[in-house]
Design a protein around this ligand. Sequence first.
Ligand code: AMP
Length: 222
Amino acid sequence: MGSIFRAVIIGAPGSGKGTVSSRIKSIFGLKHLSSGDLLRSQIMKGSEVGQEAKKYIDEGHLVPNHVMIELILKELEEIGPPGYLLDGFPRTQYQAEILNDEHLIDAALCLHVPFDEIVSRIKDRWLHLPSGRIYNLSFNPPKVPGRDDVTGEELVQRDDDKPESVLKRLEVYAANTRPVVDFYRQKGTLIEFHGRETNKIWPHVEKFLESVIPPQSQKNES
Ligand code: AMP
C-alpha cells in the first residue's frame, strides 16, 4: 500500500478549477470528489440523503453540515492511494474542522484569478438556447457574429453571465469561502496559486504535486 495524499481544491467559478482538477486527476491519479456531483447522484438515486439534500439545494441553501459530513466521510473511507482531491467540500469552517480532526486533509490548493479576468471570460460567453451550444467571443467565436454555426439562429447571453451578475456571484463566493481559506492558512496547509491564465497556473500546481506525491503513485494517462 502506497501513501495517500489528501487535498482540497478551492477556486471561484470561472477560475479554471475544473480544468486544473481534471489535469490533476489524469496526471496524478487523485480521485476527484465533487460534493455537488455527489449530492446530485444521491438525488438521482432517490436515496434518503438525496431527498433530504434536495430540499435545501432547491431553496438555494447549503445542505446541513451533519448530512454533508456523513456523506463525504463515507466516500473518503473507500479511497486508497494515491489519494483524493475534494472539490466543494469543506464549504464551512465547521466542515473544515471535522476534516482536520480526522486528519483527512494534507493540503488546500487555492487558485486566485483576478475577478476582472473571470468577468471578462464569462461576459464573452454566448449561448444557442435550443441546442445548448456555447460560444466564447475570444476563443471560440461563432462563424457569423451573433448566430449559431449550425442553425444560423440567434445567440443569447444568459442574464447571470452579464458582468454585474458575475461580479456579484464572485463577491458572494469570496465571502463564503473566506473562513475556509483562513482556516487552512492558519493551519499552514494553504498552498496559493496566482495567475490570469490556467496554463500559467498549472505548471506551479504540477510542480507542487510532484514534490508531494511519490512518482510510483503518479499515473501518466487519462
Ligand atoms: P455545487 O455543484 O458545488 O455548486 O453544489 C450544488 C449545491 O449542493 C450547493 O448549492 C449546495 O446547496 C450543496 N452543497 C455542495 N457542497 C456542499 C457542502 N460542502 N456543504 C453544504 N452544501 C453543499
